[in-house]
Design a protein around this ligand. Structure first.
Ligand SMILES: [Zn+2]
Length: 207
């Protein structure tokens, strides 16, 4: 299984049952759940590779599995070259999540990676992972997860989402976050080079 993680540590853990309850609500198409989750899931499930993708909460940190001790969530899938791949999974690590809002953000971030994977992006390659991190961080960490009182939140709130300052701050945030996330897997130098190489083609401020 190939995977990567790129998410920050949380401080106050969520119980596994709470993780499952929040997840159920987000996935419930008839509830007031997350539009971003529904939209991404629909796109993923319309592909052969993504139609049986699983989304699960894991009960806690397994000291033998680094992904569950450092990431809020991760995406796991067989290599694209595998002729008989198992369905991919998004795993939410309950003990690394502290709120429903944080769970939604972690899920949307991983759904962007999942969509890129089922569309054939080979994230064992640095440029492909860099592109996917630009997309995921631009949408979540530098978009929907931005706090209203942060510099980006204030600029985008006062000037509007299309204002020059808002776009510039989100662009800088996305670049830096994508370099950090890609660097967790490929190291900072390769990550910096790859993110700069793919940024303009992968960055979509409208996402
Ligand atoms: Zn990521």
């Amino acid at each position: 299984m190939k995977d990567h993680n790129c998410l920050r540590l949380a401080t106050r853990p969520m119980e596994s049952a709470a993780c499952e309850a929040v997840l159920r609500k987000l996935l419930d198409a008839t509830s007031s759940g997350s539009g971003a989750v529904r939209e991404l899931l629909r796109a993923i499930q319309s592909t052969p590779l993504g139609k049986d993708m699983g989304i699960v909460c894991t009960s806690g940190s397994d000291p033998d599995d680094e992904r569950t001790t450092t990431a809020r969530a991760y995406f796991a899938a067989d290599a694209l070259s595998n002729p008989n791949p198992r369905p991919p999974d998004i795993v939410l690590v309950a003990t690394q999540l502290k709120s429903a809002r944080e769970l939604e953000h972690a899920l949307v971030h991983e759904l962007v990676h999942a969509l890129d994977h089922v569309n054939g992006m080979d994230m064992t390659q640095c440029d492909a992972l860099a592109c996917s991190e630009v997309r995921a961080n631009g949408k979540v960490e530098c978009g929907m997860a931005v706090q209203p009182w942060s510099a980006i939140g204030l600029a985008c709130g006062a000037g509007g989402a299309d204002s020059r300052l808002c776009l510039a701050l989100r662009r800088r945030c996305t670049l830096q976050s994508a370099v950090r996330a890609t660097g967790n897997v490929f190291g900072p130098d390769d990550a910096l080079a790859s993110v700069h190489r793919v940024f303009d083609q992968c960055h979509n401020p409208a996402l």
